[in-house]
Ligand binder design. Structure first.
Ligand SMILES: NC(=O)c1ccc[n+]([C@@H]2O[C@H](COP(=O)([O-])OP(=O)(O)OC[C@H]3O[C@@H](n4cnc5c(N)ncnc54)[C@H](O)[C@@H]3O)[C@@H](O)[C@H]2O)c1
Ligand SMILES: [Zn+2]
Length: 361
């Protein structure tokens, strides 16, 4: 079974996300829908290319140019970006040609930004191969590379023409990468779809077992939730900010642990600590916080930091966050399931107390 989710955007930029086993076969038809594509350039994570490039190429028309980059966050750099632009130039990729990104969130963010900039923007399609990319990064058109001053500081909004999430590529994911991406799924359920949280509770064992029967509906529902938020607020003027639930403290943990944990693992811990904060501030019921804690634990995500972090360092890291206004640390907390609110009036003492709930026992 396959599913298709449409991202509804103005100015004829509406595009489909196809999810399921074998959907890579639709690449040819999606490319045929675009006018004038004469060449395709694939920008692929090297590791993913070693595992799956032959199956991707079999689904692409003609003889694409294949550009690769070393796996990992360090590739989201201006240096890699510049090298890839040079390779597009050598391959004579023109304004009407197409870029296809192949890999996890790094491939989509980096390859998407290359597509956004080459010749002032060429069209691109994404073929995400991680859970993180399938349920979150590939929806919404944010592309970026990192700067020494912080993550994702150099980027552009550039929407793809289509996204093909072929679950056949997910089987080779390392256990931690698989599990980490599920944190964003809990996030989407918590901020937008309480029934979907119940669904996670009911299907936890099958999700952990990577049952193909649950993977497609899980990914498609995440894409539906995020696509709806993005369609209402493409450039993050207001609503889209709710997607940052768990991310204020999550980013601080990511930074202070020096990327020892996966992004999703940090988001899980961030949601737990921000729930503790919301409880302390009288916003969230203990019962809802307990349910989210149980779901996170059930999926195999961490519920405590691997080592203690000094509270002063965490506060300092939060103060660097892009979302802050006028120096106040800004959170998205839950007032209840499905009711995220912007919250910028936490006292440092409350943040420190909330942090204790995720410090090692
Ligand atoms: N644009 C957005 O809206 C958005 C949203 C969330 C995250 N992101 C970005 O996404 C990135 C994280 O994404 P990620 O977790 O996918 O990281 P990633 O792309 O680095 O992939 C994680 C690891 O999995 C490997 N891998 C990928 N697919 C595989 C497969 N099918 N089989 C085996 N190994 C595979 C990769 O080689 C890599 O080592 C971050 O840079 C983050 O900023 C962007
Ligand atoms: Zn995230």
């Amino acid at each position: 079974v396959t599913e298709t989710v449409w991202v509804e955007l103005p100015e004829q930029r509406r595009y489909p996300i196809h999810v399921g086993s074998g959907v890579r076969a639709r690449l040819g038809a999606e490319i045929a829908r675009l006018s004038d594509v004469s060449r395709v350039a694939v920008i692929a994570d090297q590791h993913v290319a070693e595992l799956h490039l032959d199956r991707l190429l079999a689904a692409l028309p003609g003889q694409p140019t294949v550009l690769t980059f070393p796996p990992g966050e360090p590739s989201k750099s201006l240096a890699t970006f510049e090298r890839l632009l040079g390779e597009l130039a050598d391959a004579r990729i023109e304004r009407s040609d197409l870029v296809v990104t192949f890999g996890g969130g790094v491939a989509g963010d980096l390859g998407g930004f290359v597509a956004a900039c080459w010749l002032r923007g060429v069209r691109f399609m994404q073929v995400p191969t991680t859970i993180e990319a399938a349920v979150d990064a590939s929806v919404g058109g944010k592309t970026a590379v990192n700067h020494a001053a912080g993550k994702n500081l150099i980027g552009a909004f550039h929407q793809p023409s289509a996204v093909l999430i072929d679950t056949d590529f997910l089987g080779t994911l390392a256990a931690r990468d698989y599990t980490a991406g599920l944190a964003e799924s809990i996030k989407h359920a918590a901020i937008r779809d309480p029934d979907f949280l119940t669904w996670h509770e009911q299907h936890a064992a099958a999700i952990v077992a990577r049952d193909p029967q649950v993977l497609t509906p899980l990914i498609a529902r995440n894409c539906t939730i995020k696509a709806d938020v993005v369609a209402r607020d493409e450039r993050e003027a207001h609503l889209r900010a709710i997607l940052n639930y768990g991310h204020t403290l999550g980013h601080a943990f990511e930074l202070l642990l020096d990327y020892e944990l996966r992004h999703g693992e940090c988001v899980a811990l961030g949601m737990l600590a921000e729930n503790a904060l919301a409880q302390r501030c009288g916003r969230l019921d203990a019962a809802v916080a307990q349910r989210l804690h149980a779901s996170i634990a059930q999926l195999g995500l961490p519920t405590r930091l691997p080592r203690a972090l000094p509270p002063a360092d965490v506060l300092a890291a939060c103060r660097l966050d892009k979302k802050n206004k006028a120096g106040r640390i800004t959170f998205v907390i839950l007032d209840g399931l499905g009711v995220p609110v912007r919250f910028a009036s936490a006292e440092d003492a409350d943040i420190v107390a909330a942090l204790a709930s995720v410090q090692p026992a």
